[in-house]
Design a protein around this ligand. Sequence first.
Ligand code: SF4
Length: 310
Amino acid sequence: MGSAGERDDSRHALLSKARPVQQTSVEAFVGHRHESRDRPSPPRSEFGTYQVKELEVDSALTDCSLPSRCWSLNPYTGCSHDCAYCYVPDVAHLERGNWGDYVVAKTNLPRKLEHELKTKPRRSVFLSSATDPYQPAEDRHRITRRSLELLVREGWPVLILTRSPLVERDLDLLTQLEDVAVGMSIPTIDDEARQVLEPTAPPIEGRLNAISALADAGLEPFVNVAPAYPLTNGIRPDEVAEAIADAGAAEVFLSRWRYLDDVVPVLADRVDGSIYGDFVDAVQDESYYDRLLASLQGAFRRAGIPLRRM
Ligand code: SF4
């Protein structure tokens, strides 16, 4: 994360317009996790603080970059999950230096969405292309939930991708949608590696439990193993596939690391002094990744889960 002392929000195109709300921590997320006894809460000491700001936006739905025609709906700008490999600063032309330090809640987004659902062409709505719609700020701001209520009312198709078990809160809405796909990002099953590369994102066990909850609700969840971490701590491809299959995933999407020019320096900084120093070479080694993805593909085939390479 960038240092608050170095940050000059007045030069940031979006932060300069946003209204500060509070300094907060991931308390909201931890509080949610306490509701379930089988999901261990991560130690508080792993989490820093991030700024939460509020902003009114001019529109809700934006063109989506996925191959299929869809709309993107991003309830927040910024993401406190702060993944080392996040591609958003690159594609959205945001400063990488303070990515993870701030979250801007788009407070009027549901009101804008309500209007646009009546005036824009009906397409699938992707939550979200440039943020995690269920990051900790959602527990308090509920912009994703209020948007889903509108999408349910109008019956639009919805695609959700998250790293957070907070998605379980909205099962009552998700199960009302006729056309819905819900996915969980699980790029590794090694939670120690996760703590190095995405320290403020939910632990892997919670994500696997969330897949089970989604599957139990009949939602046929998918899992994104993207970008796949190098295999660590002696974990075998079959163990990855079995963990995700046992959780109840219906389909898996697999990818290698992208935006290496920008991501590798962040990765090098995160793994410095850890046992994951060789990640820096591994993610840039095409032949290693060809073998890794092929072995994961074989493992998922043996586990009986359809897999697509992205
Ligand atoms: S959860 Fe997604 S948007 Fe958030 S930091 Fe990670 S990759 Fe980026």
